[in-house]
Design a protein around this ligand. Structure first.
Ligand code: ADP
Length: 262
Protein backbone atom coordinates (compact mmCIF):
# COMPACT_ATOMS: atom_id res chain seq x y z
CA UNK A 1 0.00 0.00 0.00
CA UNK A 2 1.10 3.51 -0.68
CA UNK A 3 -0.09 6.00 1.91
CA UNK A 4 0.18 9.72 1.45
CA UNK A 5 -0.75 12.10 4.26
CA UNK A 6 -1.44 15.77 3.71
CA UNK A 7 -2.22 18.37 6.35
CA UNK A 8 -4.98 20.52 4.92
CA UNK A 9 -4.71 23.41 7.31
CA UNK A 10 -1.21 24.22 8.38
CA UNK A 11 -1.96 27.08 10.80
CA UNK A 12 -1.04 26.01 14.32
CA UNK A 13 -3.19 23.48 16.17
CA UNK A 14 -6.65 24.83 15.62
CA UNK A 15 -8.83 23.29 12.91
CA UNK A 16 -6.12 21.31 11.22
CA UNK A 17 -7.33 18.25 9.34
CA UNK A 18 -5.40 15.49 7.67
CA UNK A 19 -6.14 13.88 4.33
CA UNK A 20 -4.96 10.28 3.97
CA UNK A 21 -4.68 8.77 0.48
CA UNK A 22 -4.31 5.00 0.34
CA UNK A 23 -3.50 3.23 -2.93
CA UNK A 24 -2.97 -0.45 -3.61
CA UNK A 25 0.28 -0.45 -5.59
CA UNK A 26 1.24 -4.14 -5.25
CA UNK A 27 1.26 -4.93 -8.98
CA UNK A 28 2.99 -1.69 -9.90
CA UNK A 29 5.66 -2.18 -7.27
CA UNK A 30 6.31 -5.74 -8.38
CA UNK A 31 6.65 -4.77 -12.04
CA UNK A 32 8.90 -1.89 -11.17
CA UNK A 33 11.16 -4.04 -8.96
CA UNK A 34 11.51 -6.61 -11.73
CA UNK A 35 12.43 -3.92 -14.23
CA UNK A 36 14.96 -2.41 -11.82
CA UNK A 37 16.47 -5.79 -11.12
CA UNK A 38 16.85 -6.59 -14.80
CA UNK A 39 18.39 -3.24 -15.77
CA UNK A 40 20.68 -3.20 -12.75
CA UNK A 41 21.95 -6.64 -13.77
CA UNK A 42 22.34 -5.73 -17.45
CA UNK A 43 24.11 -2.52 -16.57
CA UNK A 44 26.41 -4.24 -14.11
CA UNK A 45 27.35 -6.88 -16.68
CA UNK A 46 28.06 -4.24 -19.33
CA UNK A 47 30.11 -2.01 -17.06
CA UNK A 48 32.88 -4.49 -16.50
CA UNK A 49 33.91 -5.12 -20.14
CA UNK A 50 33.58 -1.41 -20.87
CA UNK A 51 35.89 -0.51 -18.01
CA UNK A 52 38.41 -3.07 -19.28
CA UNK A 53 38.24 -1.56 -22.79
CA UNK A 54 38.73 1.98 -21.53
CA UNK A 55 41.55 0.98 -19.19
CA UNK A 56 43.46 -0.85 -21.90
CA UNK A 57 42.98 1.84 -24.51
CA UNK A 58 44.21 4.43 -22.01
CA UNK A 59 47.26 2.31 -21.24
CA UNK A 60 47.97 1.93 -24.96
CA UNK A 61 47.81 5.72 -25.29
CA UNK A 62 50.75 5.99 -22.90
CA UNK A 63 53.03 4.09 -25.31
CA UNK A 64 55.67 6.29 -26.95
CA UNK A 65 55.82 4.50 -30.27
CA UNK A 66 52.26 5.31 -31.39
CA UNK A 67 51.83 7.00 -34.75
CA UNK A 68 49.42 9.95 -34.74
CA UNK A 69 46.78 7.89 -36.56
CA UNK A 70 46.97 4.98 -34.14
CA UNK A 71 46.74 7.47 -31.27
CA UNK A 72 43.62 8.98 -32.81
CA UNK A 73 42.04 5.54 -33.08
CA UNK A 74 42.72 4.70 -29.46
CA UNK A 75 41.35 8.07 -28.43
CA UNK A 76 38.14 7.39 -30.29
CA UNK A 77 37.85 3.98 -28.59
CA UNK A 78 38.16 5.71 -25.21
CA UNK A 79 35.62 8.39 -26.13
CA UNK A 80 33.06 5.92 -27.49
CA UNK A 81 33.41 3.50 -24.57
CA UNK A 82 33.09 6.41 -22.16
CA UNK A 83 29.81 7.39 -23.81
CA UNK A 84 28.59 3.81 -23.54
CA UNK A 85 29.50 3.74 -19.88
CA UNK A 86 27.50 6.91 -19.27
CA UNK A 87 24.52 5.40 -21.07
CA UNK A 88 24.72 2.19 -19.07
CA UNK A 89 24.73 4.21 -15.88
CA UNK A 90 21.75 6.25 -16.97
CA UNK A 91 19.90 2.98 -17.72
CA UNK A 92 19.94 2.23 -14.01
CA UNK A 93 18.82 5.67 -12.89
CA UNK A 94 16.10 5.66 -15.54
CA UNK A 95 14.77 2.29 -14.46
CA UNK A 96 14.55 3.53 -10.89
CA UNK A 97 12.07 6.14 -11.92
CA UNK A 98 9.19 5.49 -9.59
CA UNK A 99 5.59 6.61 -9.88
CA UNK A 100 6.02 9.24 -7.21
CA UNK A 101 9.59 10.34 -7.75
CA UNK A 102 9.99 10.46 -4.00
CA UNK A 103 10.29 7.27 -1.95
CA UNK A 104 12.59 7.54 1.03
CA UNK A 105 12.32 11.04 2.41
CA UNK A 106 14.66 12.36 5.09
CA UNK A 107 16.21 15.64 6.23
CA UNK A 108 19.30 15.96 4.11
CA UNK A 109 21.88 18.57 3.11
CA UNK A 110 21.83 19.24 -0.62
CA UNK A 111 25.26 20.85 -0.32
CA UNK A 112 26.74 17.44 0.50
CA UNK A 113 25.07 15.85 -2.50
CA UNK A 114 26.19 18.71 -4.71
CA UNK A 115 29.84 18.48 -3.65
CA UNK A 116 29.92 14.70 -4.07
CA UNK A 117 28.32 14.89 -7.47
CA UNK A 118 30.70 17.59 -8.71
CA UNK A 119 33.72 15.64 -7.41
CA UNK A 120 32.60 12.61 -9.42
CA UNK A 121 32.55 14.64 -12.65
CA UNK A 122 35.82 16.51 -12.16
CA UNK A 123 37.93 13.96 -14.06
CA UNK A 124 35.64 14.19 -17.11
CA UNK A 125 35.72 17.99 -16.98
CA UNK A 126 39.51 18.03 -16.57
CA UNK A 127 39.96 15.63 -19.50
CA UNK A 128 38.09 18.17 -21.65
CA UNK A 129 39.80 21.27 -20.20
CA UNK A 130 36.54 22.53 -18.79
CA UNK A 131 36.79 24.53 -15.59
CA UNK A 132 34.20 23.80 -12.95
CA UNK A 133 33.63 26.32 -10.13
CA UNK A 134 31.38 25.49 -7.21
CA UNK A 135 30.13 27.99 -4.68
CA UNK A 136 28.09 26.53 -1.83
CA UNK A 137 29.05 28.25 1.40
CA UNK A 138 26.16 27.26 3.62
CA UNK A 139 24.19 24.12 4.42
CA UNK A 140 21.30 23.52 2.02
CA UNK A 141 18.78 21.63 4.18
CA UNK A 142 15.87 19.99 2.40
CA UNK A 143 13.43 17.21 3.20
CA UNK A 144 13.91 14.91 0.27
CA UNK A 145 14.75 11.56 -1.23
CA UNK A 146 18.54 11.78 -1.33
CA UNK A 147 18.95 9.14 -4.02
CA UNK A 148 16.66 11.00 -6.40
CA UNK A 149 18.14 14.38 -5.63
CA UNK A 150 21.57 12.97 -6.47
CA UNK A 151 20.06 11.84 -9.77
CA UNK A 152 18.89 15.41 -10.47
CA UNK A 153 22.20 17.01 -9.53
CA UNK A 154 24.19 14.40 -11.50
CA UNK A 155 22.04 15.05 -14.52
CA UNK A 156 22.27 18.83 -14.62
CA UNK A 157 25.97 18.92 -13.70
CA UNK A 158 26.90 16.25 -16.24
CA UNK A 159 24.84 17.97 -18.95
CA UNK A 160 26.65 21.23 -18.22
CA UNK A 161 29.99 19.50 -18.75
CA UNK A 162 28.86 17.27 -21.60
CA UNK A 163 27.41 20.08 -23.70
CA UNK A 164 30.32 22.46 -23.19
CA UNK A 165 33.20 22.43 -25.67
CA UNK A 166 36.86 22.29 -24.71
CA UNK A 167 38.16 25.24 -22.65
CA UNK A 168 34.64 26.11 -21.54
CA UNK A 169 33.35 26.81 -18.10
CA UNK A 170 30.65 25.48 -15.76
CA UNK A 171 29.65 27.56 -12.73
CA UNK A 172 27.62 25.96 -9.99
CA UNK A 173 26.02 27.83 -7.11
CA UNK A 174 24.01 26.41 -4.22
CA UNK A 175 22.40 28.90 -1.82
CA UNK A 176 19.40 29.56 0.39
CA UNK A 177 17.22 32.32 -0.96
CA UNK A 178 13.75 33.41 0.07
CA UNK A 179 12.77 30.23 1.93
CA UNK A 180 14.06 28.04 -0.87
CA UNK A 181 17.20 26.14 -1.65
CA UNK A 182 18.39 27.31 -5.05
CA UNK A 183 20.85 25.42 -7.21
CA UNK A 184 22.08 26.93 -10.48
CA UNK A 185 24.31 25.26 -13.03
CA UNK A 186 25.45 27.68 -15.73
CA UNK A 187 27.59 26.53 -18.63
CA UNK A 188 29.28 28.29 -21.53
CA UNK A 189 28.32 25.48 -23.89
CA UNK A 190 26.42 24.80 -27.10
CA UNK A 191 23.11 26.06 -25.71
CA UNK A 192 19.59 25.20 -26.86
CA UNK A 193 17.76 27.07 -29.62
CA UNK A 194 14.50 28.85 -28.75
CA UNK A 195 12.48 26.44 -30.90
CA UNK A 196 13.95 23.40 -29.12
CA UNK A 197 13.76 24.75 -25.57
CA UNK A 198 10.10 23.79 -24.95
CA UNK A 199 10.86 20.20 -25.98
CA UNK A 200 13.88 19.31 -23.84
CA UNK A 201 11.76 17.74 -21.09
CA UNK A 202 10.03 15.44 -23.59
CA UNK A 203 11.34 11.86 -23.25
CA UNK A 204 13.97 10.95 -25.86
CA UNK A 205 14.11 14.45 -27.36
CA UNK A 206 17.66 15.63 -28.10
CA UNK A 207 18.71 18.68 -30.10
CA UNK A 208 20.67 18.11 -33.34
CA UNK A 209 23.61 19.97 -31.78
CA UNK A 210 23.53 17.70 -28.72
CA UNK A 211 23.49 14.57 -30.91
CA UNK A 212 26.62 15.77 -32.69
CA UNK A 213 28.37 16.67 -29.48
CA UNK A 214 27.89 13.49 -27.44
CA UNK A 215 25.88 10.42 -26.57
CA UNK A 216 22.78 10.48 -24.43
CA UNK A 217 19.27 9.15 -24.03
CA UNK A 218 17.20 12.33 -23.89
CA UNK A 219 15.59 11.06 -20.67
CA UNK A 220 17.56 12.63 -17.83
CA UNK A 221 16.18 16.15 -17.83
CA UNK A 222 12.53 15.07 -17.95
CA UNK A 223 13.13 12.64 -15.08
CA UNK A 224 14.92 15.36 -13.13
CA UNK A 225 11.98 17.68 -13.65
CA UNK A 226 9.54 14.99 -12.42
CA UNK A 227 11.65 14.43 -9.31
CA UNK A 228 11.92 18.13 -8.53
CA UNK A 229 8.16 18.61 -9.00
CA UNK A 230 7.47 15.64 -6.70
CA UNK A 231 9.47 17.49 -4.04
CA UNK A 232 7.42 20.66 -4.40
CA UNK A 233 10.14 22.42 -6.37
CA UNK A 234 10.70 23.85 -9.84
CA UNK A 235 13.28 23.29 -12.58
CA UNK A 236 13.88 26.15 -14.99
CA UNK A 237 16.05 26.21 -18.09
CA UNK A 238 17.38 29.39 -19.70
CA UNK A 239 19.46 28.99 -22.77
CA UNK A 240 20.83 30.66 -25.84
CA UNK A 241 22.08 28.68 -28.82
CA UNK A 242 25.86 28.85 -29.04
CA UNK A 243 26.19 30.84 -25.81
CA UNK A 244 25.31 28.53 -22.93
CA UNK A 245 22.64 27.16 -20.67
CA UNK A 246 21.59 27.86 -17.08
CA UNK A 247 19.49 25.33 -15.20
CA UNK A 248 17.93 26.54 -11.94
CA UNK A 249 16.44 24.10 -9.43
CA UNK A 250 14.43 25.53 -6.54
CA UNK A 251 13.34 23.36 -3.61
CA UNK A 252 11.51 24.13 -0.38
CA UNK A 253 13.83 24.65 2.57
CA UNK A 254 13.42 21.92 5.25
CA UNK A 255 10.44 22.95 7.46
CA UNK A 256 12.39 22.95 10.73
CA UNK A 257 14.84 25.44 9.32
CA UNK A 258 12.08 27.60 7.82
CA UNK A 259 10.38 27.83 11.25
CA UNK A 260 13.69 28.52 12.94
CA UNK A 261 14.34 31.47 10.66
CA UNK A 262 10.84 32.91 10.82
P1 ADP B 1 20.73 13.57 -22.73
O1 ADP B 1 20.86 12.17 -22.30
O2 ADP B 1 20.54 13.73 -24.20
O3 ADP B 1 21.78 14.48 -22.20
P2 ADP B 1 18.73 15.03 -21.16
O4 ADP B 1 17.32 14.59 -20.92
O5 ADP B 1 19.59 15.22 -19.97
O6 ADP B 1 19.31 13.99 -22.15
O7 ADP B 1 18.64 16.39 -21.96
C1 ADP B 1 17.76 16.48 -23.08
C2 ADP B 1 18.35 17.37 -24.15
O8 ADP B 1 18.37 18.72 -23.68
C3 ADP B 1 19.78 17.07 -24.52
O9 ADP B 1 19.88 16.04 -25.46
C4 ADP B 1 20.23 18.40 -25.09
O10 ADP B 1 19.73 18.54 -26.41
C5 ADP B 1 19.49 19.39 -24.21
N1 ADP B 1 20.34 19.83 -23.09
C6 ADP B 1 20.21 19.49 -21.78
N2 ADP B 1 21.12 20.14 -21.02
C7 ADP B 1 21.84 20.91 -21.86
C8 ADP B 1 22.93 21.84 -21.69
N3 ADP B 1 23.47 22.08 -20.49
N4 ADP B 1 23.41 22.46 -22.80
C9 ADP B 1 22.86 22.22 -24.01
N5 ADP B 1 21.85 21.37 -24.23
C10 ADP B 1 21.33 20.72 -23.18
Amino acid sequence: LSVTAKRLSARGDEESSILLLVHDVTALTYAQRERERFTAMASHELKHPLTVMIGNAELALELDELTPRTRERFESIVAASDRMLTMTESLVTTSRRGFSGRDEVADIDLRQILLESVASFRPTAAANDISVDVRADEALPITADGFRLRQVVDNVVSNGIKYTPRDGRVRIVGAVDGGRVVLTVADSGIGIGAEDLPRVLTPYFRTEEAKQKSGGTGLGLGISNDIVLAHGGTLEIDSEAGAGTTVTVRLPLAPAVTEGRA
